[in-house]
Design a protein around this ligand. Structure first.
Ligand code: ADP
Length: 624
């Protein structure tokens, strides 16, 4: 089997270190508290082992009551201090690690927020992120595993150091010459032989265990596929949005074909079950067997030396306990390195995501906050191709709009209207040409500052399952009167009056069981209210009335001037009747602005696109 997913140890360890540093930068106390507790837990048992050995030595040796009293007191005090220290460190660790899962997910969310929108919009980015999540949720691989690995690594290293300190005398203390044949135990070669056998056995156990574990990463493709199928099909049945279709078309049968497939990765006849019966299971069993051999050798060597008179009974307990701990330390060290190596391939995917560069130029100019809202935006010869696309979605667009204007952008589906808005909001940068705000290229402004001058109601807007008021204000501290005013302007006033808790009513039931469900049209009204609450100088409505019934649509139009107030409103629609009232209409066709003017001007141009579209759609509204 080709070991294609196992990284070289050095590379994997570097990735683990990088991941630890990244976590430390964001959550230093989380890392420090975990490591401190592990060091404490690794070192303190030796105090007890050492004191117990002294007590047993005293009981079986000199039997001095004063020294015994002192040793017992020391043992009691140290046990109390160790216990208290452990409890305090554990409390610190638990506090810093609460919500660890959420904190890691936050790192990914933050990255999505910080990356260029072109990458957010790219399906490849989401495939990588979804694979990272599947690895994390399915097997705990990726960032979540890093701290655990370092905990084990620190624990094993400190266990080793403490154990070695208490074990050195096992090898240096001599059997007396009078012990006859036992004096062979003093021979340096014999000592070296014992150490070599111990090390070999100590190395073999975790190596075999790592070999067993490596089957996970060797078969990472099947592991991922299994998780992916489960992640998708396993939860479809409980998805509320799909419930109607699933019943209507009995789609549960298709889902079940994947869920119930015994041959798929994690099921009884799948690859991991076969490997567990076969080599994976054998390596794991061999690892356990080999550990027992180690314990046997330790007991034999220590007891033979004690029998020959090299040391007393107290030291026997000390040596057996500490050598066993040293072995556990080595074993845990090797198995942790194996774990880190296996995690390396998952971490490289994590960094593939976290390292997505920001290619968009980030300016630093602040957008002047003008009381007069005197902003002017100009598209100067702008052309645009989506990344990876051969054809232009916008071609040589020249358009200018000023404060207070009502601009309608009309055109057939696919004519470039939404792309135009995406460029205006700097979700993408033009491939050619430039966009200017008050005469300055928008790239030169601070990105978030520039965003503040726009309110957009996208076609596929989303509301949160939070309180109505929080949705409108995008925050929990807000001006309630203003929120109510915005909802009323957007046509949601009557519905608001019926709501039992007014602005405090939860939307949807995913977060609060008393939440209310709103229709598509009502959701759109709330989204419009949200855009008004932001009070940005530009308000952009992308097909704003698509989900509204004709009465609600008419209401929005009749009040549109009042709604938009002194804002510059950009209105995108393929329904021409919605745009009649705008000061200026730009007609998009195949990515270009083919006509511009008022409704009257455009409709009277019999050869124009607008005339054609108007008459094609007229049948829907002339009867009214
Ligand atoms: P409209 O809003 O007028 O319906 P769009 O601006 O959405 O039109 O689309 C304009 C053109 O750009 C269409 O040909 C569409 O297929 C293409 N397009 C839109 N989004 C993408 C994208 N993310 N990647 C590649 N092409 C796209």
């Amino acid at each position: 089997m080709k070991n294609k997913d196992q990284l070289p140890v050095k590379k994997a360890l570097k990735l683990n270190m990088r991941a630890l540093k990244a976590i430390y930068r964001r959550y230093p106390q989380m890392v420090l508290s975990c490591l401190a507790l592990q060091i404490w837990r690794a070192v303190t048992p030796y105090v007890e082992i050492y004191l117990s050995a002294l007590i047993i030595g005293e009981i079986t040796g000199d039997k001095d009551p004063r020294r015994l009293k002192f040793l017992i007191l020391a043992a009691l005090v140290s046990t109390a201090v160790i216990g208290l220290g452990s409890a305090l460190l554990a409390k610190w660790r638990d506090t810093q690690n609460s919500g660890r899962w959420h904190k890691f997910n936050w790192l990914y969310s933050q990255k999505v927020l910080d990356m260029d929108f072109a990458d957010v919009d790219d399906t490849k980015t989401h495939e990588v992120l979804s694979t990272i999540m599947q690895n994390q949720n399915g097997g705990g691989w990726g960032l979540t595993r890093v701290i655990g690995c370092y905990e084990k690594l620190f624990s094993s290293v400190f266990t080793l150091l403490g154990g070695i300190a208490l074990t050195v005398t096992l090898f240096t203390s001599k059997v007396p010459e009078s012990a006859g044949a036992y004096t062979i135990l003093n021979h340096p070669l014999f000592v070296l032989l014992v150490i070599a056998v111990m090390l070999a056995v100590t190395y073999a156990a975790p190596s075999l265990s790592n070999k067993s574990k490596s089957y996970w990463s060797r078969n990472a493709d099947q592991n991922r596929l299994g998780n992916r199928l489960f992640g998708y099909f396993g939860f479809l049945g409980s998805n509320r949005e799909l419930a109607e279709d699933i019943r209507m078309y009995r789609q549960d049968i298709i889902c079940d074909r994947h869920n119930g497939d015994k041959e798929s990765a994690f099921y009884s006849k799948g690859i991991f079950a076969k490997l567990s019966i076969g080599p994976k299971g054998l390596y794991s069993a061999a690892a356990s067997g080999v550990s027992v051999i180690f314990t046997g050798i330790v007991y034999l060597f220590v007891c033979l030396k004690a029998l020959a008179g090299a040391f007393g009974l107290g030291s026997v307990t000390q040596y057996v306990a500490s050598v066993t701990k040293v072995a556990n330390g080595v074993s845990s060290f090797i198995s942790t390195i194996g774990d880190m190596r296996a995690n390396g391939s998952f971490l490289s995917l994590v960094f593939e995501f976290l390292d997505i560069p920001n290619n968009m130029y980030q300016g630093s100019l602040t957008v002047e906050k003008r009381q007069d809202r005197n902003y002017e935006v100009e598209f100067r010869n702008v052309s645009f191709k989506y990344p990876g696309s051969e054809s232009y979605s916008l071609r040589n667009v020249n358009i200018k709009f000023k404060v207070g204007e009502r601009l309608a952008v009309v055109g057939m589906n696919g004519s470039g209207k939404t792309t135009f808005i995406k460029l205006l909001c700097r979700l993408y940068d033009p491939t050619e040409g430039e966009i200017l705000l008050n005469g300055i290229n928008i790239k030169k402004y601070n990105y978030w500052d520039y965003m503040m001058i726009f309110s957009v109601v996208f076609q596929d807007f989303k509301l949160f399952a939070l309180k109505l008021g929080e949705n409108v204000a995008s925050g929990s501290e807000y001006d309630r009167a203003l929120a109510v005013g915005c909802l009323e302007k957007a046509g949601f006033g009557e519905r608001l009056a019926e709501m039992p808790d007014g602005l405090d009513t939860y939307l949807y039931t995913s977060y609060n069981k008393d939440g209310i469900n709103v229709s598509g049209g009502e959701a759109q009204q709330i989204a419009i209210a949200r855009s008004l609450y932001k009070n940005a100088p530009f308000i952009i409505l992308d097909e704003p009335t698509a989900a509204l019934d004709p009465i609600a649509e008419a209401e929005i139009y009749s009040k549109f001037d009042e709604i938009a107030g002194d804002k510059t409103a950009i209105y995108i629609s393929h329904r021409l009747s919605s745009c009649k009232f705008c000061d200026e209409i730009a007609v998009f066709h195949e990515g270009a602005v083919v006509q511009q003017g008022t409704h009257e001007e455009l409709v009277s141009d019999k050869n124009g696109k607008y005339h054609e579209l108007w008459h094609a759609q007229a049948q829907y509204y002339t009867k009214e």
